[in-house]
Design a protein around this ligand. Structure first.
Ligand code: DNO
Length: 353
C-alpha cells in the first residue's frame, strides 16, 4: 500500500517558522531537521539530538528525517583524513537512529550545495522567488580572489582564499575520482545504516550539471542507476528532488519517479516546481500550471509504484509580505503542503493504474 508521510523542514529554535505553526498544516506527519551548530564532519552531541526530538514530539509531530548530515569535503576529495570523518559519520548515523530517525538526506556536491543567482527575484504577482540564470553564473570565477562577485547561498564559513584553495583541489579531481570516493564512502556507511535500519537518501545535485568546472555526478538517470548499484541495497537510496532533476529538460521526472519508486529506492521526496526559461530556471509555485513540471504525474507515479516514504513541499516563494530564509518561509510552503495533500487524495481515490 502506498503511503505518503507529509513532512516539513524546520531549522531549529532560531527558525521564524515555529513548530506550533507547522503542526497546524493539515495532515502534517513529521519534521525534517538537523543539528546546525556543529562544524561539518564532527560528531553531533546526543543531548542536542534528543532535545530536537523532544521539541518535535511535544508538538505532536514525528522526528524521523534528518536533512542533512553533511559530508566533509575531505571525504569527497578522497584525502587520507577522510577516515576520521567517515567514522564520525557512522557515529552520527548510530546516534540519530537511537533517537528514532529512519531516513537521512545528504548530498555529494563538491563545495557548493544548491546554487542560485538571485534569491528574491520579483514575479509578476509581486511574490519573490529563487532563480538561476546561466549567464550570471558564467561571469563568476571562484578562483579569482580579487573578484568580489559572489553568489547568494554560498557557504560563508569559507574565506575567499579558502574557497579558492578548495576549488583548486577539486579541479584536480575527475568525475571518476568523485565516483570512487562516493563508492568508498558508501561501502563504509551503508553497513551501519543497515545495522541501524536507517534509509540513506542522497539528494541530486542542484542544478543537475557541472558548475565552475567542478564535477557533479548525481544528475540524471544513467548516473542514478550507477549510484544505486554502487551498493545495491535498499538502505542506499535517494531523495527524489523534482526541482533539482527537473531543471534539466532531459530528465523526465515522472518516468524517473515511477522507475525508482518501483525499485523501492525513493525514501524521501522534495516536491517543487520549476519554470524553465531560455537562460536557466525560476522556482515557481507548486501547482503544475505555474511551472514546467507535471506535479500530478509525479504524485501518481509515486502512488502507483508503491511509494511509502517521506515527502515535503520544497522551496516556497515569499508571499503575503513574509520575510525570512529564502525558499523556507511558512506561507507558500504551507500552500504547497495543501496542494500535495490534494494531489495525494486525488490519486488515492482515483485508484492505482
Ligand atoms: C536546498 C536543499 C538542499 C539539501 C541538501 C541535502 O534547499 O534541498 O540544501 O538540503 O542538498 O544535503
Amino acid at each position: 500500500m502506498s503511503k505518503m508521510r507529509l513532512s516539513f523542514r524546520w531549522y531549529g529554535e532560531d527558525d521564524k517558522v515555529k513548530l506550533e505553526y507547522i503542526r497546524q498544516i493539515p495532515n502534517m506527519h513529521s519534521i525534517v531537521t538537523a543539528v546546525y551548530n556543529v562544524p561539518v564532519g564532527e560528531v553531533w552531541p546526543e543531548e542536542t539530538i534528543f532535545s530536537l526530538k523532544e521539541q518535535v514530539e511535544k508538538n505532536g509531530l514525528h522526528f524521523e528525517v534528518i536533512e542533512s548530515i553533511p559530508v566533509h569535503e575531505d571525504i569527497k576529495l578522497g584525502k587520507p583524513t577522510r577516515e576520521k570523518y567517515i567514522e564520525n559519520y557512522q557515529e552520527n548515523i548510530r546516534r540519530v537512529a537511537r533517537a528514532g530517525v529512519k531516513c537521512i538526506c545528504y548530498n555529494f556536491m563538491p563545495v557548493f550545495d544548491w546554487t542560485r543567482t538571485q534569491l528574491d527575484h520579483r514575479l509578476e504577482d509581486g511574490s519573490t522567488t529563487l532563480v538561476y540564470y546561466q549567464d550570471q553564473v558564467d561571469q563568476v570565477n571562484p578562483l579569482e580572489t580579487e573578484n568580489d562577485l559572489t553568489l547568494p547561498g554560498w557557504d560563508s564559513s569559507y574565506s575567499r582564499q579558502e574557497l579558492k584553495d578548495i576549488v583548486a583541489e577539486y579541479h584536480k579531481l575527475t568525475e571518476e575520482d568523485l565516483w570512487n570516493n562516493l563508492q568508498y564512502f558508501l561501502e563504509k556507511i551503508i553497513p551501519v545504516a543497515i545495522e541501524c535500519d536507517v534509509k540513506m537518501a542522497i539528494h541530486e545535485d542542484d542544478p543537475c550539471w557541472s558548475i565552475f568546472g567542478l564535477p557533479r555526478i548525481i544528475t540524471c538517470e544513467a548516473n542514478l542507476d550507477r549510484f544505486l548499484k554502487l551498493v545495491d541495497d535498499p538502505h542506499n537510496g535517494i531523495t527524489f528532488c523534482t526541482g533539482s532533476l527537473g531543471c534539466s529538460a532531459s530528465n523526465d521526472v515522472v518516468a524517473l519517479a515511477a522507475k525508482y519508486a518501483a525499485q523501492g529506492r525513493i525514501h524521501f521526496v522534495h516536491m517543487r516546481n520549476v519554470k524553465l526559461v531560455e537562460n536557466g530556471f525560476e522556482e515557481s509555485a507548486h501547482l503544475s500550471s505555474c511551472g514546467t513540471l507535471d506535479m500530478y504525474g509525479v504524485m501518481k507515479a509515486l502512488y502507483d509504484n508503491g511509494f511509502d516514504g517521506y515527502i515535503r513541499p520544497d522551496h516556497g516563494r515569499m508571499i503575503w509580505g513574509e520575510t525570512g530564509r529564502p525558499g523556507y518561509g511558512l506561507y507558500d510552503r504551507a500552500l504547497g503542503a495543501a496542494y500535495l495533500n490534494g494531489l495525494w487524495e486525488a490519486v488515492e481515490k482515483g485508484g492505482a493504474k
